[in-house]
Design a binder for this molecule. Structure first.
Ligand code: HEC
Ligand code: HEC
Ligand code: HEC
Length: 90
């Protein structure tokens, strides 16, 4: 966890002057942590922010509902990972 915080701080520092999201976010979860690569996802959807954001892109509270609806539904449509341990890594 300490390492993770440090990496996030470094990322924040490096991108502090640019209004972009952190490249990679990790959601800690008892079922296995989920790593979300924001930058890679922006590329996967060819820069179409509205695939995930409504209106002006801003922070999203990612919870189980978002994970299993928005994330998983798109993965089914676009051939992304859909198995539990594709997302939840122990
Ligand atoms: C595949 C889904 C997805 C796509 C596509 C996407 N985002 Fe996001 N975005 C997220 C999620 C999930 C979060 C919340 C991450 C977190 O938990 O901090 C987020 C967070 C953000 C934030 C807030 C960062 C913060 O920490 O305050 C900004 C700004 C943002 N996105 C901009 C964009 C822009 C601009 C685009 C289009 C070029 C885009 N996003 C495309 C899912 C997406
Ligand atoms: C709008 C579509 C879309 C949404 C929404 C989306 N994804 Fe994805 N995701 C993809 C696609 C497409 C791929 C496959 C990319 C590839 O193989 O190049 C992918 C791949 C992944 C991978 C595997 C990456 C790897 O290295 O193999 C993970 C993990 C993942 N997504 C997590 C998430 C999580 C968590 C969310 C929700 C917060 C989410 N995704 C939302 C489209 C989406
Ligand atoms: C597309 C990625 C994805 C897939 C596939 C997926 N999950 Fe999740 N899951 C998430 C996300 C994102 C969360 C919310 C994480 C968070 O913020 O705690 C979540 C949350 C959960 C939680 C809630 C844990 C808690 O602390 O409340 C459980 C339990 C869970 N998932 C089980 C599963 C099981 C079982 C499967 C397979 C049937 C599965 N998940 C498949 C992304 C995924």
């Amino acid at each position: 966890m300490k390492k993770l915080v440090l990496i996030m701080m470094l990322l924040t520092f490096v991108t502090a002057n640019v209004a972009i999201a952190a490249d990679v976010v990790v959601y800690e979860n008892a079922k296995g942590n989920i790593t979300f690569d924001h930058k890679a996802h922006q590329e996967s959807v060819a820069g179409d922010c509205t695939k995930c954001h409504e209106g002006t892109p801003a922070k999203i509270e990612v919870d189980k509902d978002f994970g299993h609806k928005t994330c998983k539904t798109c993965h089914k449509e676009m051939d992304g990972p859909t198995k539990c341990n594709d997302c939840h890594k122990k």
